[in-house]
Design a protein around this ligand. Structure first.
Ligand code: CMC
Length: 425
């Protein structure tokens, strides 16, 4: 029990303990009992829900999906199996896995009419804009089955989104470079199929190396969920109004786009390229960041929750090194990134603020080495995050006690004033 004194009156609030011993104070009765609300700009101290999907211990750099450590999943699982785990709460048995995989294959194609939608976008449209519009559009095809709230359609809708987000993304890229769309190939596994749709030509099929598909699988596994981050909170908020899965996930794509969130993977590589092209030393660049020059941050560093290494960044750094070793290549941008990391981790500014590399610090370099163009990086994040968004949509939609998300505010505007007619102002 937590006790608060407000205007001379004592109020008692229940304490909540999560399954990993996380503590919270349930203040849901605060306003009705005192007239006060809590103010927590940017939600740094606010638990917006109870959720059984993902656990993060930011102080110790721990991340688990449904109780499984991210390190073990990245090593042993595939993206599709992890997607099933995140959405349904357990690792699939063989029958469940085959059924899920077959559903993904059955729903990987887009309706041919989709071409018309793509033709409506300017050639230079950002693929994240196309992605969010197209995900919403998916819900318009066969709305009778896909837009309703009947949970029996959940499996198909989920499979359709996971499978088609990949088809939509690859098609957006092909259109942007004026190349014919490639149909998905039912014989290829998820990551390989995506790379085929991105890079095959009608006259020459693309074959990725196992190291490349492994790295891509890892990248997507590590992005599958991350509890109440900005885009997932957006999905939950939209879902809480009763909006369908497509609309909710399309909103998630928009939230992800920003450079403080999913857009950071693109921003990191842009930063590394700028350092390389300008010839500035890593130390001088870090000094500029520390001086807080306008618009300058060490992209890929810092996190609202992790005050230690983001476990995903370590796994991705190793995956990148392995991929480069297998292909016998080096990447000068990796050298710059590693030098930046070393420099920042020794520096008082970063130590004091507990700023460590986050998931985006090395992920962009993996994508770049796979051959993914820069403006597709955040789209790649969105493909990976889709199972998480769907799982959170499900959690909201299946909660019989769910109320619409509706935060309050402290109003700081004008007090009541009288309307003055236009000519008298
Ligand atoms: N470079 C330099 N200074 C930083 C950085 C950074 N990357 N991140 C935080 N700081 C400073 C910030 O200026 C502030 O300093 P002071 O105390 O002097 O005012 C202090 O550290 C606390 O930062 P904050 O902005 O209050 O932290 P936040 O929790 O609101 O923001 C963040 C978290 C991730 C948005 C932020 O660290 C950031 O902008 N990082 C760079 C962008 C990035 O890499 N984003 C990806 C996040 S992980 C994946 C994802 O969510 O998609």
């Amino acid at each position: 029990m937590a006790r608060m004194e407000v205007d001379g009156k004592f109020l008692d609030f229940p304490e909540i303990t999560g399954s990993e011993n996380e503590k919270a104070i349930d203040i849901s009765k605060l306003r009705s009992e005192s007239g006060y609300i809590t103010l927590d700009d940017s939600f740094g101290n606010t638990g917006s829900c109870r959720s059984a999907i993902t656990y993060i211990d930011g102080a110790n750099g721990v991340l688990r999906y449904r109780g499984y450590s991210i390190e073990e999943l990245a090593e042993k699982s595939s993206f599709i199996e992890t997607a099933y785990l995140v959405i349904y709460g357990h690792l699939p048995n063989r029958e469940e896995y085959d059924r899920f995989s077959d559903l993904l294959t059955a729903h990987e194609m887009l309706d041919e009419d989709y071409r018309k939608h793509y033709e409506g976008f300017p050639r230079k449209a950002h693929p994240m804009a196309i992605l969010s519009a197209m995900i919403n559009t998916l819900g318009c095809y066969d709305p009778e089955h896909f837009l309703d709230e009947d949970v029996s359609h959940f499996d198909i809708n989920a499979a359709r989104l996971i499978s088609q987000v990949r088809t939509v993304a690859a098609a957006a890229y092909r259109m942007s470079v004026g190349q014919p769309m490639m149909y998905p190939s039912p014989d290829r596994l998820y990551a390989n199929n995506f790379l085929h749709m991105m890079f095959s030509q009608p006259y020459k099929l693309f074959e990725a190396t196992p190291e490349v598909t492994q790295a891509l699988n890892k990248f997507w596994i590590l992005h599958a969920d991350h509890e109440q981050n900005c885009s997932t909170s957006t999905v939950r908020l939209v879902a809480s109004s009763g909006a369908n899965m497509y609309a909710s996930c399309a909103a998630g794509v928009c939230a992800l786009w920003g450079k403080l969130h999913g857009g950071a993977n693109q921003a990191v590589v842009e930063m590394l390229l700028k350092i390389q092209e300008s010839g500035i030393s890593v130390k001088d660049f870090v000094d500029k960041v520390k001086r807080k020059e306008p618009g300058l941050k060490l992209m890929g560093f810092g996190h609202r929750v992790y005050k230690n290494f983001d476990p995903r960044s370590k796994i991705l750094q190793k995956a990148l090194q392995k991929m480069l070793k297998a292909s016998g290549q080096t990447d000068p941008l990796l050298d710059i990134a590693q030098e930046l990391e070393e420099c920042a981790l020794r520096d008082e500014y970063f130590i004091e603020r507990k700023l460590y590399p986050n998931v985006d610090f090395y992920s962009g370099l993996i994508l770049r080495n796979i051959g993914i163009p820069l403006n597709m990086f955040t789209v790649m994040f969105a493909i990976g995050r889709m199972p998480g968004w769907i799982a959170h949509w499900k959690e909201i939609s299946e909660n019989p006690k769910q109320r619409i998300y509706r935060p309050r505010q402290i109003y700081t505007g004008e007090n009541l004033r009288s309307y003055i007619p236009l000519d008298e102002r």
